[in-house]
Design a protein around this ligand. Structure first.
Ligand SMILES: *Cc1c(COP(=O)(O)O)cnc(C)c1O
Length: 399
């Protein structure tokens, strides 16, 4: 590129950024000192944290830290290899077997992140003769993964079962060989659960398979935290998930499913073949997280009790919530600027939350997404409710 070409390009980017700023859509990152937890330190202040995916509070759990340290001491810091060259330790296979067992699947395969798992899932499994039917609110990584595959694409309105059936009929009418329905287990902007019972029944009626991304459920939804399929009492064909949320919050993703699916992904999934193996510390802590999760009924009970108390308190205060049972509790504000003002008014009052607005949610549906975790106490929640009432009045979100 010539110097003037580059200058024009950079000037163009500057205009795009100015446009984002002018619309009130600029995201700014706050710097946290110290570990992720129920409280975090930001700019020398201790804040109550209501926006982490740290559902069970394991992100700074001493048992995970011990497991990670021991693995680093014994198995080293990094793998310096993709899995198939020289990047597979016994622990990687142990974690894959453990995840599969936990989820009731034949096997699983690890990725650097669930974003990669979803990005690599579809292309090796489905060809141009096949169909993939996707919920309109699916996570960006599913959308991208589907874009990368050659199957014919169909989309249904979020959780609209009549539309899903219409798309199944369309795929059949178009002569699809195999059909895969893909959905988030939990739609993370709303905290809504996918209607897995109905999806399974419809898929069965049309001879389709079901894939669920359970990032916002594994570890705490359903018996033993086995996720939304267990919660709904159905089995699905393929599950994807993350180690980056309830299961310790570091990073790492996986796909679990039937043996031939996992075997073929190990041969063909591009983010698996062309990206580094997870480090030993993360793998060992993932195993430790599953040990904890399998017996963490107390943490799960506390999590859902916190969610119930939090919802009731916000509703009493006069906020508009989206209904539900999930520990994601969105406080609906509508306007992006109002959501940002509310987040900063809460910050001033010691509560750390994030405003969500376009393009993360549709225009006009800006919100503060709060998330409960098992480590929050009743005092914490009462403190947060006081802050929400005061901030809501200060910014005009409450009368
Ligand atoms: C967080 C999330 C992902 C991405 O997971 P990472 O492991 O952080 O890449 C994918 N899908 C859904 C539904 C998520 O919520």
């Amino acid at each position: 590129m010539t110097d003037s070409g580059k200058a024009a390009f950079l000037a163009h980017l500057g205009e795009v950024l100015a446009g984002i700023e002018a619309e009130g859509l600029m995201k700014r990152e706050r710097l946290i000192h110290g570990p992720q937890g129920a409280h975090v330190e930001v700019a020398g202040r201790r804040l109550l944290n209501l926006c982490a995916n740290n559902y069970l509070g394991l992100a700074d759990d001493p048992r995970l830290i011990t497991a990670a340290s021991a693995a680093m001491a014994g198995q080293g810091y990094g793998m310096a290899s993709v899995r198939f060259i020289c990047g597979t330790q016994n622990m990687h296979r142990a974690l894959e077997a453990r995840i599969a067992g936990f989820l009731g699947m034949e096997d699983s395969i690890l990725f650097a992140a669930c974003f990669d798992a979803n990005g690599g899932l579809f292309e090796p499994l489905l060809g141009p003769e096949d169909a993939v039917i996707s919920d309109s609110l699916n996570h960006a990584s599913i959308i991208d993964g589907i874009r990368l595959c050659k199957a014919k694409r169909y989309r249904y309105a979020n959780s609209d079962m009549a539309d899903l059936e219409a798309q199944l009929q369309a795929a059949r009418a178009d002569g699809a060989r195999f059909i895969l329905v893909a959905t988030d287990g939990v739609f993370s902007m709303d905290g809504y659960l996918a209607k897995l019972g109905e999806i399974r029944a419809l898929a069965d009626r049309y001879g389709a398979m079901v894939m669920v991304d359970d990032c916002h459920a594994t570890g705490f939804m359903g018996p033993q935290g086995r996720g939304t399929p267990a919660h709904a009492g159905v089995s699905v064909d393929i599950l994807t998930g993350t180690l980056g949320k309830a299961l310790g919050g570091a990073l790492g993703g996986y796909i679990a499913g039937p043996q031939p699916v996992i075997d073929l992904l190990r041969q063909r999934a591009r983010p698996y073949l062309f990206s580094n193996a997870l480090p030993p510390a993360v793998v060992a802590a993932g195993l430790a997280a599953l040990d904890i999760v399998e017996t963490a009924d107390d943490l799960r009970a506390q999590l859902f009790e916190n969610a119930r108390y939090w919802r009731a308190g916000l509703e009493d205060a006069g906020f508009r919530l989206l209904p539900g049972e999930h520990p994601i509790v969105p406080v609906m504000l509508g306007d992006a600027v109002l959501a940002q003002n509310m987040a900063s008014a809460l910050y001033d009052r010691g509560v750390y939350v994030a405003g969500f607005f376009f393009p993360v949610v549709p225009k006009g549906q800006a919100r503060i997404r709060t998330q409960m975790n098992a480590r929050l106490t009743r005092d914490d929640l009462d403190f947060a409710l006081d802050a929400f009432r005061a901030a809501g009045k200060a910014v005009g979100a409450l009368a």
